[in-house]
Design a protein around this ligand. Structure first.
Ligand code: NDP
Length: 246
């Protein structure tokens, strides 16, 4: 990115978990941050308050990424607050585990709507609006590589997200905008922890040779690199941030 300030970042799904850590890290890096959330207004306000307490700038903005109208309004809101985003991080996502045999139509439709259509809605808006020199990141998952049973629908949405981002990186030729996916391994958030036994969490935490569970900050560090000066030559790639699990 060029060093003209102020710079703006829009982070979807930033009220909790990885998105919240990314929002706080980008704010610490000097970005004015739009903290998107789906329904959890209090959590989003807390993220904004934590950023402002450290001298940063942030606003919370509600939008269901699955709805293209709401995503367009989210970008309008971002532009009104801080100008067109220089950085987009499409982090909003959901996960419900089930074998394919036991996956309901509702599970499939909801996962596609948020993870795939939601990322599509967000990337499309960014492609139309972002200025030259921007950075776009999507959140994939290392399960695209690990291919663990019960992750079939979820992993399929993430594989699609990776490919869509790679193609967007080529479509943006000449605009000096990079598009990359960050693919975390198991990371200590509600999405990963909820519904798992201690034994399952322990086993997945030790699946990587560093033998610990990823923290949201580990993923935020990776996004910070891609959003910052030193990440500028990385384009059309998936960066697996997983301690070496796969
Ligand atoms: P969390 O469940 O902790 O947080 C999810 C966030 O997404 C919340 O801010 C939530 O908002 C928001 N969100 C959910 N649905 C929508 C929607 N339709 N529109 C807008 N926002 C929405 O998840 P994580 O932080 O763990 O996950 C972040 C990303 O990282 C996801 O894409 C996930 O697939 C990916 N990932 C996570 C891994 C992990 O182990 N945690 C591993 C690999 C990838 P609200 O608070 O309002 O509900």
């Amino acid at each position: 990115m060029t060093d003209h300030s102020p710079k703006t970042a829009l982070v979807t799904g930033a009220s909790r978990g990885i998105g919240a850590a990314i929002a706080e890290r980008l704010a610490a890096d000097g970005f004015a941050v739009v903290v998107n959330y789906a329904g959890n207004e209090e959590a989003a306000s807390d993220v904004v308050a934590r950023i402002e307490a450290k001298g940063g700038r942030a606003v919370a903005a509600r939008a269901d990424v699955a709805d293209p109208t709401q995503v367009a309004q989210l970008f309008d809101r971002a532009e009104a607050a801080f100008g067109v985003p220089d950085v987009l991080v499409a982090s909003a996502g959901i996960m419900q585990l089930a074998s394919l045999a036991e996956s309901s139509d509702d599970l499939f439709d909801r996962t596609i709507a948020t993870n795939l259509k939601g990322t599509f809605n967000t990337l499309r808006e960014a492609a139309r609006r972002m200025k030259d020199g921007g950075r776009i990141m999507t959140l994939s998952s290392s399960v695209v590589g690990a291919k663990l049973p019960s992750y079939g629908v979820y992993a399929a949405t993430k594989a699609a997200v990776e490919v869509m981002g790679d193609i967007l990186s080529k479509e943006l030729r000449g605009r000096n905008i990079t598009v990359n996916s960050v693919a975390p391994g198991p990371t200590a958030t509600a999405l990963f922890l909820d519904g798992k036994t201690d034994a399952q969490i322990e086993a997945l935490s030790k699946a990587n040779p560093l033998q610990r569970l990823g923290q949201p900050e580990d993923i935020a560090n990776t996004v910070s690199f891609l959003a910052g000066h030193d990440g500028g030559w990385i384009n059309g790639q998936t960066l697996r941030a997983n301690g070496g699990m796969v």
